[in-house]
Design a protein around this ligand. Structure first.
Ligand code: SF4
Ligand code: SF4
Length: 287
């Protein structure tokens, strides 16, 4: 039984917005789902409380679009005891839209009727400790405007004020900063900070697009960490790059270290940044 179930916005529109890989051509615009919401400063207050006594309890865990971050995929896979590849195959969808310039994963809801989240039961969220970033943050949403030359994109916070959610009538008062601490998102965000840097990378300024091969590299390294580990240890990877022995040993067993390394390697593979060093006589194979 969980302390509380944190829901996400019900309905067809994107629930809350992770830093979304929107086109750099739409620089300084927020995703449509966030644009008309009430903006929150980090110290701006909102009212919210979520508990089993509310009539809406668990209602929000159905028919909802939940974008997954690399930490979400990793945490849920490990909790379920399956590989990241199995989790992606069983529990995610990869939406394709014309303005999506990087692959994203969405949590797959169960089939009709109800389209419930596969992880909700009558008691609440069965994966509470590993629930996705979006579920933690609701009713707060966050958008990260795409990069602009010489400008670090700052997160923009908004408040979802959904009628179906009775939690907004509860007496608890929070600032964004307090809510983020309470929901334990800051440590997780730090581990995957490299992911956020990738999706708002200045390389995309001007509307540049990755080719299909690089899109696939991004998908594997960001979301399918077990496949990325196989790639590192089962290919010529270690013969091509100069890596410290201690780091290599860590990458074999430490998921967080491997995730950080995956983001570092992606900067090399996608944007030709010198984040890794090739060995002098490295085999001339593709990334
Ligand atoms: S992961 Fe948990 S909190 Fe998120 S929608 Fe599913 S049941 Fe609800
Ligand atoms: S209060 Fe809001 S977040 Fe909590 S269960 Fe109800 S609808 Fe979901």
């Amino acid at each position: 039984m969980k302390k509380k179930a944190v829901g996400v916005k019900r309905g067809k529109t994107t629930a809350k917005s992770m830093p979304k890989p929107t086109s750099a051509a739409r620089a300084h615009t927020l995703p449509a789902a966030l644009r008309d919401r009430r903006k929150l400063e980090p110290d701006g207050e909102f009212r919210f409380g979520c508990h089993r006594g509310l009539p809406c309890y668990t209602d929000c865990c159905a028919d909802v679009n939940i974008l997954l971050t690399p930490m979400d995929v990793l945490g849920l896979s490990r909790r379920l005891g399956i590989t990241t590849g199995e989790f992606i195959a069983r529990h995610t969808l990869t939406p394709v839209t014309k303005d999506l310039h990087l692959p994203v994963l969405m949590l797959r809801m169960e089939e009709e009727p109800g389209r419930k989240c596969p992880f909700v039961d009558a008691q609440g969220c069965t994966v509470y400790e590993d629930r996705p970033w979006s579920c933690r943050m609701y009713p707060v949403g966050m958008g990260l405007p795409p990069a602009r030359a010489g400008d670090e994109p700052e997160p923009v916070y908004v408040l979802f004020e959904d009628d179906f959610c009775k939690g907004r009538n509860e007496p608890g008062k929070w600032t964004v900063a307090q809510w983020r601490t309470d929901q334990n998102v800051t440590d997780r965000e730090e581990i995957e900070s490299g992911y956020r840097e990738l999706i708002s990378h200045p390389w995309f300024i001007g509307g540049r697009q990755l080719d299909a091969k690089r899109m696939e590299l991004f998908h594997t390294a960001c979301y399918d960490l077990d496949k990325f580990r196989d790639f590192v240890f089962g290919s010529s990877f270690l013969a091509r790059f100069e890596l410290e022995d201690a780091l290599v040993a860590k990458l074999r067993t430490d998921d967080e270290a491997l995730m950080r390394f995956a983001f570092r390697w992606l900067r090399f593979a996608l944007f030709a940044e010198p984040t890794l060093k090739l060995r002098e006589a490295a085999p001339q194979t593709r990334h």
